[in-house]
Design a protein. Sequence first.
Length: 177
Amino acid sequence: MRLPALLLALLAAGCSGAPAQLAHPAAQSGIMLKGSGEFSTNDPDIITYDRGLVPVGAQANVTSESTAGRTLTSLVVENFRPGRAYGAHLHTKPCGTKGEDAGPHYQHVPGQVSTASEVWLDFTTDESGAGHASARHDWSLDSTRLPRSLIVHARPTTTSGPDIGMAGDRAACLTLK
């Protein structure tokens, strides 16, 4: 019978003065990923692939914080093309010299393409080129499989049909740390 062994382990942890670890450690302590800066040609962590869509002087700041079974991801951009809609998603790998280097979209549930499993941060810039987006999810990031970048796409994300999750060419990338 397994119950007595579990009870004995819980009692031993309580008697030792050490707190019992019943929840996943990442859910208790939290995970914070960040990336920010000005898109340039000399920083491997913040790269522009299309200067027509992400011009010189464009900046971005992204944070993804996961605590207590929830994840909040926020994106703020400045000096992008004014009055334009973009798609933006978290991806599985860091930025590289080509947009494809960032890998596919990060999916909390692998193989599930949806706003429930992926982090979509589409935004439209105002007349000064500023924009923002946020996404909330009722799940925590897994410390063994984290998103590693944010890709800004050329178009807003397709939300239904056979092209769901697609957002056009990769215009820029920001590595998360």
